[in-house]
Design a protein around this ligand. Structure first.
Ligand code: ATP
Length: 378
């Protein structure tokens, strides 16, 4: 069956920079925003953009993602022969591992071919944003290009964390460097690529034959395409977008939720968010004025202490006289009495005993690993 555009969602990386939150969980399965998991963002974007065939490439701690996505019902995309969400773990295609992001797509060429798409949208599983991919697809088709990369300017001091590029006044990409030590531009790749399938397939087959390649889009395939004869185009995205691949950026993206910026509303009736637990409805994350100042507190948690400028997820209990500030408390955390938590991320299921003090600094956010038990210092 002919399908104009399908999505391939890369979700198999180790997420080392987000350690210890990723010690037993894939990065895209890490909780975000009071009720969601990071992968809910690209998945909801696909659903809202009318893309109903999605392959999810898993590898590292794949089980955490398979459990979350299940049969795809929460996204109203149960798998059928023609569409829906398909989990594509590396063990399924009979290989030990996906060697890199490009190799993961290469090893699923048969899956893509079976859908006969004109275009393939490649997405990362570690970004927070609402985006209508149809606008990028329109740009791609109107530019008559084979490859479009979604871009946006980032602060100069952060540019070294991204693939950065320069473009001409026709939006053609003229230079590209993956995570350069000294960036020449602050126009960052958002890790969202749209390719004509016939074009991408040719480059993936060539890349697979190259023993020197690390089989990565940013490091290998994009530079090779840029050196070829066809131009690549940059699609400039205007909305809110954050890479949450590091502890600091994950914390900052949570603080952004509290900033009440008109540019970024997690709860947006025009752009519904889907997650496994269908109770995540608009309105269920209302700040509780009584004990929480400038907070996002899930309905389903009990707060006997006080919280300020924090995001507190479902199932969390916060004991009497505990004080939480500038922090992210992930699901099902138990916090005892007289606990002080500041500038920290507390991983899912952690237990913080009575009287414990957990404080980060201006430059470093303290992290408590999922299920860790923290006692008060004697
Ligand atoms: P880190 O660099 O902190 O270890 P990472 O391994 O996830 O993180 P990224 O460069 O952030 O690497 O990966 C970008 C996206 O591609 C993520 O969504 C990640 O899950 C995915 N990804 C990375 N490597 C693979 C792979 N071998 N197979 C499938 N997906 C991958």
């Amino acid at each position: 069956m002919k399908n104009n555009c399908i999505a391939m969602l890369l979700a198999g990386g180790e997420g080392r920079r987000l350690s210890p939150l990723t010690s037993k969980q894939a990065k895209p399965a890490v909780p975000f925003g009071g009720h969601y998991r990071i992968i809910d963002f690209p998945l909801s974007n696909c659903v809202n953009s009318g893309i109903n065939t999605i392959g999810v490439l898993t590898q590292y701690e794949a089980e955490s993602l398979h459990e979350h996505i299940g049969e795809g019902e929460a996204w109203k995309l149960p798998r059928t022969d023609d569409n829906g969400i398909s989990m594509l773990p590396s063990y399924n295609v009979g290989v030990d591992e996906y060697l890199g992001t490009a190799d993961a797509i290469f090893k699923n060429i048969d899956y893509v071919d079976a859908h006969e798409p004109e275009n393939v949208l490649i997405l990362s599983g570690d970004h927070i944003y609402h985006m209508d991919y149809r606008e990028m697809l329109d740009f791609h088709v109107n530019s008559s290009t084979s490859a479009t990369i979604s871009v946006m300017p980032v602060p100069w001091e952060e540019a070294h964390r991204f693939g950065v590029m320069s473009k001409d006044d026709q939006s053609r990409i003229t230079e590209f460097a993956e995570k350069p030590a000294k960036p020449a531009s602050n126009l960052a790749s958002m890790g969202i690529y749209l390719f004509k399938w016939s074009f991408l397939k040719k480059y993936l087959i060539d890349d697979a034959k190259n023993p020197k390649s690390s089989h990565d889009f940013g490091k290998d395939v994009i530079p090779k395409m840029l050196a070829g004869t066809e131009s690549l185009h940059a699609f400039e995205f205007k909305g809110y977008w954050r890479d949450v691949g590091t502890i600091h950026s994950l914390w900052e993206a949570h603080m952004d939720l509290l900033s009440n910026s008109p540019d970024w509303q997690l709860m947006n009736e025009e752009w519904p968010m889907y997650t496994r637990d269908l109770r995540a409805k608009i309105g269920s994350l209302k700040p509780q004025a009584k004990q929480g100042k400038n907070c996002m507190i899930h309905d389903d948690c009990s707060l006997e202490g006080t919280a300020e400028s924090s995001v507190i997820f479902n199932g969390t209990e916060i004991g009497r006289n505990a004080k939480i500030k500038d922090s992210v408390i992930m699901p099902n955390v138990k916090i005892g009495r007289n606990v002080i938590i500041e500038r920290a991320i507390i991983g899912e299921g952690a237990i913080i005993k009575d009287g414990a003090v957990i404080k980060g600094s201006t430059s470093e956010i303290t992290v408590v690993a999922p299920n860790e038990i923290v006692a008060a210092k004697p």
